[in-house]
Design a protein around this ligand. Sequence first.
Ligand code: HPA
Length: 280
Amino acid sequence: MHVHEAIPRSEYEAAAAWIRERIPFPPRIGLVLGSGLASLAEAVEGSIAMAFTEIPGFPAATVEGHPGRVIVGKLEGHPVMVLQGRVHFYEGYSVQRITFPIRVMQLLGIRILILTNAAGGLNPAFRPGDVMILRDHIGLFGMAGANPLRGPNEADWGPRFPDLSRAYDPELRALAREIAEAEGIPIHEGVYVMLGGPSFETPAEVRFLRLIGADAVGMSTVPEVIVACHGGMRVLALSGISNVLNPDAFEPPSHEEVLQAGRALVPRLTAIIRGVLRRI
Ligand code: HPA
C-alpha cells in the first residue's frame, strides 16, 4: 500500500449507507478511542456494534489494544458514534484509508468529533497519566506531503485549502479544562506532533521535537483532525500521556507501558468526555 490512495466518493457513501441501515438514529457526536482507551466505549448505552472488518471500505485494525469496532448508542443523552480503536499509518494503510471512517462520520451527520490518543510527553512538566488538551498540532508527516486531502477536492465536503488555525475548538477546550480541573485531573494544553512511527523517537529526534515547539508526540490523530476540519466538524482532542521522553536521560518507551498507562488514563479521559458531553 502506498502513502496515498484515490478512494472514490461512492466507497464512502456505500459505507455510510451500510451503517445507516443498522442504526436506530443518526449519530451527532463522534468519538475516536486510541491505544488502550477502547474500554471507554463500554459506557455507551443501548449500543450497536459493528466490526471494522464487516463495514465496506473500513480498514481493519491490526494493533493490540485496538479492537476495531464502530459503536453507535447514547452517551450522556447524545447520539454518538464511537470508533473503538483506530488504524494508523504505520499499519500500512494510506492516509486516505486511515481517515476513511472520519469522512463516513461526516456523511452520517456528525458535527462534533472528540479524539483520544496515547502520546509521549516532550514537555518536561508532563508526567505519565497526565492529560493534554490539544491546542494545536504539528503535522510533520503531512507537511512533508502525506496529507489526507491530497487529490481532487470534493467541494461539498469542504474547501480546497482549509484553514486549520482554529482546528481545535476553543470552547470545547475551555470546557474540557474546566471539567478536568473540577475533577482534580492533571491537565495541560499543548501542541501535539505526529510522526509516522512505528519506531519510537531517537534522543536526537526528541531534542528536535522539543525545539520546534511540540509538547507531546504520537503516531495518530492529525490526519483525522485534518479531515474533520475539512468537513466542518468542531474538534476536541485529548492526549493521555503514557510515558515521558527526556533526551538527556533517555528511557525507551514500550508498547506495554503505553497500554498500561492507558488503563490508568481511562477513568480520567472518561470523566472529561462525559463532563464535556453533559455540557454541550
Ligand atoms: N512516541 C511516539 N508515540 C507514542 C509515544 C512516544 O513516546 N507514547 C505513546 N505514543
